[in-house]
Design a protein around this ligand. Sequence first.
Ligand code: ADP
Length: 593
Amino acid sequence: MTSVLGQGSTFRIAIPLGKAHLDPDRIGKPPEDGSTSMTPAAFVEEALRWLPDEPQRDGQAPDRPDSGTLPDRPAAEAERLAEAVQLTQAAQLKQKPRVLWADDNADMRAYVRRLLGDRFDVAAVPDGKAALEAARARKPDLVLSDVMMPRLDGFGLLRELRADPQLCEIPVLLLSARAGEDARIEGMEAGADDYLIKPFSARELLALVESHLKMSRLRREANEAIRRGERNAGLLASIVQSSDDAIVSKNLEGIIMSWNQGAERLFGYTADEVIGKSINMLIPPDRIEEEPGILARLRRGERVDHFETIRVRKDGSRLNISLTISPVKDAQGLVVGASKIARDITERVRQEQALQIANAALHQANADLEQFANSASHDLQEPLRILRIYSELLGETFGGQLGQTGDEFIRHIAEGATRMDNLLRGVRTYMQISAADDPPLEETEAGEALNRTLLNLQAAIEESGASITVAALPRVRMHEFQMEQLFLNLISNAIRYRNGVPRIKIAAGFEDRNWLFSVQDNGIGIEPRFKEHIFGVFKRLHSSEYAGTGMGLAICQRIIERAGGRIWVESEPGNGSTFYFTIPAAEARSRAD
Ligand code: ADP
């Protein structure tokens, strides 16, 4: 090629003359005389079968006087006509198997077409080259070819067909007048599916074509099934490969048979490093006793689900994994191995452990705090008692002598002592609840607990003029003193945080396996943002105007928590509050246990 940018290119092609430079094998041989190996008798016999109205078509020489004559002209005309008709029919009947017939003998072509035309869509061509072109233009189901033909002979055609990936599977039957075992062997060696020696009987040809078509169809179906299987297997393999989880298979001896990319990532070994080796290489020494158990379960056909354990990576680091192992069965249903999916749960286990540690620390801190509060509340009782006794003594002994201010100081001391006493009592109650078994086996009559509480609160009720409405109350699984504490704190709050004359309603109902209690008042109400805050220890909202310890709701919360229920408030400032708490019903609890 010579070329100038912007001006164009010239491509020159040199083709040598003559054939001296060519590979002798590739030079077409001049056609041999096809008749040389054919005995005249066989030729005559074959020729006789070409006759259109031949009563006997099985290759036997017909027993008639004009035996040995060739078809006359009108017969030949009729034959060509028939040939044309058959061609059209064949084109119409596309479902017929397509047979490509290559023979340089026009009469032979017509004969075979007539012979096969009923059952097959026959395309007849005069030589190997034409056959190859026809085959490439439209793929036949079977090729019948004469061996000796001009341009490209039968062997050449066979070679070309076999070399073409599109056509290599087509069955090829060679026909030749060259009799003898050698010729047949040569044909078969060249890759022909069969070799037929002329003259052959019509029945023989038909049977052969039929059987090869059938074989080729079966082969094609089998190949297609294999390809489908391979496609499915390929799809499955790519799913397995691309999975994030490690997917590994092993045999019943624990030898690794397959290893996906997920496994490479998780364990750090490549497939080459582990396939054929024992799965034990992944198991740390302290877990090695797990494997025989797993293999035994698999042999019994059992599955191992979400088995959490530890494995080791190539770098020796330990890995928390969750294993799901399923037995793999062969076509007979025999367990031959196992497939397992391993998921890395290291992070989850680490978080769980961190949570456990944090929980344990929290429990310890709580226990320490409770221990401190417990001993403090007890230890403070004694100095508090002294404070009270001496403030009383002070009042009794020097009452009136200290003047108004002195009396007021003594009153402050006494009030402080009472307040502190209340606080300590609250703390002790809180501790008592924490120490009680939960929940008790015996049930408490809530109504009776309420009556005892109301009796205790009688002075406050009378003083405030409170009206208290009580609906029927159930029996609940709770310690009596706890039930009383609940009512005591909630009702005394309803009286204390009042807004005029307190109207208090106490009710209970059954809801979703729980007893739901409510204590409703018409008091000052609570701002929504403090709805949770008020249940904390020493948490108070109205400390300047109302006396209190900030322990009441904390005690209630603790009681309900221990009973497995829930406590909350619904309220609007100025519009009263309703405190709700649930206690799991006894039946529901025993069912859950
Ligand atoms: P206290 O001894 O202060 O009453 P509690 O734990 O019983 O302690 O209550 C905490 C705070 O919740 C109270 O200080 C009060 O502000 C508020 N509170 C409790 N019950 C009611 C109620 N029925 N109506 C309005 N406010 C309430």
